[in-house]
Design a protein around this ligand. Sequence first.
Ligand code: ZN
Length: 392
Amino acid sequence: MSVHLQIEATRGAARAGRLITPHGEVETPVFMPVGTLASVKGVPQDVLEELGVQILLSNTYHLYLRPGVETVRKMGGLHRFMAWDRAILTDSGGFQVFSLTELRKVSEEGVAFRSHLDGSSHFLSPEKAMEIQIGLGADIMMAFDECTEYPADGQRMRNSMELTLRWAERSKKYFEEHKNEVPWAAGRQPLAVSHQGQQVLRSAQDDNFIGHEHEKDQTQALFGIVQGGMDAALRRESAERTIDIGFPGYAIGGLSVGEPRELTRDIVLSTLEHLPADKPRYLMGVGTPEEIAQYAQAGVDMMDCVLPTRAARHGLLFTSEGKVSIKQARYAQDESALDPGCDCRVCQRYSRAYLRHLYAANELLAQVLNTVHNLHYYLATMRTVRSWIRAS
Ligand SMILES: [Zn+2]
């Protein structure tokens, strides 16, 4: 048992349901906040729980460099290390390495790259990316892929797609041979003397710690990634051949790499048609609140994006009345709530004037409050879409 999707309602191409994972159920379609370094910047885990976050994403590349996979593994895996008992997804590191344009070299074997932190040399291959992700222990891990740059010519897009397919096979092979090595796998922890249901025991030093009842006999799930650049025919071929390899879920990768938004949308919509109806569909790294709602309506089950959290740290807030740049002087004495239509803890308590002051004064609290509101807005957007699907 790894993860599976229960579809409970459909409306047009959209589906609402539940993603069952070793660390709880996730209502879909879902937006996954990004916790790059095992932290959603500025937001403690209990606040994420209060916001209703059921799954978050962490970045393999960053955690591999800092604190290192061995540290996370020895701390019992990512869930226990960051005291987060709900679901986690890790990316493969492929996209981050892709972003190191000047610092990487791609070969059949994998990608040689230099750390953005200290310039040290590293090598990521499909096998290494699986080994790292198994050590991190997320519920869902991603095959190692090459993100094709934009623009790229036809031959380049095909070669890149073929490489991703070969890497997908290697990823799956390594995963199947090693999936019992996840830190929380059955038999890897001493049996509990006093097991307390699903209540999390916070100390990794506690010899009685066995993790959770729901972790027993469970494994991680490895998702495949569809590539193929901006070519609809290659996307279709990539989807079909990735499905032939066989994964419990499929992602659409290689988008939001500089292409126009309409092209992103065209590729997403045409690729979705070729993904199996009974498996989770994950669209990686998009988009605005309007876009995530549209993609959910088009049949995407899972999405992630740094936009709500990154924009929040730059004072850009999403509201029911449009975007608000809280740094503007016009808010200096504005007593109203940031978003009168929002029931988040920030809008219930603070004025625009106060939020503007915090931002202008570079107070840490500005980042915290802005991030909480933006995450709430994204999560509420998806709640609305789920209700819309279920109301059909
Ligand atoms: Zn709010």
